[in-house]
Design a protein around this ligand. Structure first.
Ligand SMILES: Nc1ncnc2c1ncn2[C@@H]1O[C@H](COP(=O)(O)OP(=O)(O)O)[C@@H](O)[C@H]1O
Ligand SMILES: [Mg+2]
Length: 233
């Protein structure tokens, strides 16, 4: 197994910290058979990478054994954002293309309980690789080794990779940036996930401005999904 150093972590404010704790608790209440979880969204920049990684950290902090998989092969931000020294590190695409064994692409980190698989170089056919036998094998062989596997994916509105990943997971969480996507678009993406056979665990309402908009306070996470949409009708 490789070793990486995650040097930069976000300092969360009180509200964000509480919201992640609520999200963590809600995910844990989804049941013990929900172990492999993907995060997706309608458009880029709604906060999938931030929320998925922070959720992984929060669960690791809570003593859970966590594997974080960066499956946003086309546009990974993990290495740059968290100042990870990844020279000569083998990633997901090395494994998915059959160049390396799974054991060789897994990374221990300086964070207790957190293992990571970085993306690796961008191949010409990410969707095919994510739908192939190796990705399936990754999930089936690792699910018993971790308490939870969290997978960051690309936005579903732009590429199909996310649905390909999500249908192989136990559940998917939609990250929705407040005031950035329309109700129709969010619903379309939800339908797309449903049609692909993905189990939607709920939604995270992200980028909520708390000042002067207190009505959203405390409604960051899954169980409020229907409630939030209900309000838009
Ligand atoms: N809750 C939030 N509040 C403010 N900015 C956020 C929040 N979540 C994410 N961002 C910012 O939005 C940008 C896009 O986030 P990112 O997680 O990369 O989105 P995605 O993975 O969906 O493309 C980043 O600059 C990130 O720091
Ligand atoms: Mg991202």
């Amino acid at each position: 197994m490789q070793q990486i150093e995650i040097s930069k972590l976000n300092q969360l404010d009180y509200h964000s910290n509480e919201a992640y704790k609520s999200l963590r608790t809600n995910v844990q209440f989804c049941g013990e058979d929900i172990k492999v979880i993907a995060l997706t969204s309608c458009t880029p920049s709604e906060g999938k990478s931030s929320v998925s990684f922070q959720l992984a950290l929060s669960m690791a902090e809570d003593g859970k054994k966590v594997l974080f998989v960066d499956a946003d092969i086309r546009k990974s931000v993990l290495i740059g954002r968290h100042k990870i020294v990844a020279k000569n590190i083998k990633g997901l695409t090395h494994y998915l293309s059959g160049q390396n064994k799974l054991e060789e692409v897994l990374c221990k980190t300086n964070i207790e309980n957190l293992h990571v698989i970085l993306t690796g170089p961008v191949p010409p056919n990410p969707s095919e690789l994510l739908g192939g036998k190796y990705f399936k094998e990754l999930l089936t062989t690792q699910r018993d080794k971790y308490d939870v596997i969290i997978i960051d994916t690309p936005p579903l509105g732009s590429v199909i990779d996310s649905a390909i990943v999500s249908r192989q997971c136990d559940g998917v969480i939609m990250v929705i940036a407040a005031d950035e996507v329309s109700y129709k678009f969010a619903l379309k993406v939800k339908d797309q996930l449903d049609n692909a056979g993905c189990k939607i665990l709920g939604a995270v309402l992200n980028k909520v401005k708390l000042k002067g908009n207190g009505k959203y306070y405390g409604k960051y996470y899954g169980k409020y999904y229907g409630h939030y949409y209900g309000k838009e009708d």
